[in-house]
Design a protein around this ligand. Structure first.
Ligand SMILES: [Zn+2]
Ligand SMILES: [Zn+2]
Length: 170
């Protein structure tokens, strides 16, 4: 993860006393509820299914450096259940259902309405793996998205704003 932190230190007026990596640099305005952590990593604070359900819920019970996680229904060949993944890009921490095989291609759906997360492009990590998309705004604007791989354990993902990649993990 790269970012220009050279001039950030003197701008760190939002420091609220915590030493956790959750201190936000609000000088660097990001769209759509994205938050840039002090380390330069981006966290997502809202994320919508194609039908407009926010998959980031305060009541999911799972926290990642204080941020609520992203709840996704994951269906493999034998198992199905809700997985809560970290909203911090690059953090592979997750809770919930976990008995899938590494590399197993799963079906990812909205836990609220069951809609499939739309396929964006093949991932390439294993045959048939696809990057699927969630929307950063409740208008569900194409190109303002988080895309993740539907192959269990693959961390390839992107955050895009108007189709421009603002954070990626390959
Ligand atoms: Zn939904
Ligand atoms: Zn993949």
């Amino acid at each position: 993860m790269t970012s220009d932190n050279s001039s950030n230190d003197k701008q760190m007026k939002t420091n609220d006393g915590t030493t956790l990596d959750i201190v936000v640099d609000d000088r660097d305005a990001l769209p759509h509820g994205l938050v840039r952590l002090r380390s330069g990593v981006i966290a997502v604070s809202q994320l919508f299914c194609p039908n407009g359900h926010n998959l980031i819920s305060e009541d999911s019970g799972a926290r990642f450096n204080g941020y609520p996680g992203i709840s996704i229904m994951v269906e493999g060949t034998k198992e199905k259940g809700i997985v809560i993944i970290s909203p911090i890009h690059g953090d592979d921490t997750r809770f919930g259902k976990a008995d899938f095989e590494p590399g197993e291609v799963t079906r990812l759906t909205c836990p609220e309405c069951g809609v499939d997360l739309p396929m964006i492009q093949p991932c390439g990590c294993v045959p048939d793996a696809q990057l699927v998309g969630l929307f950063l705004d409740d208008k569900r604007t194409e190109g303002n998205q988080v895309t993740i791989c539907n192959s269990w354990g693959c961390l390839r993902s992107r955050i895009t704003d108007r189709f421009q990649i603002i954070s990626r993990l390959d």
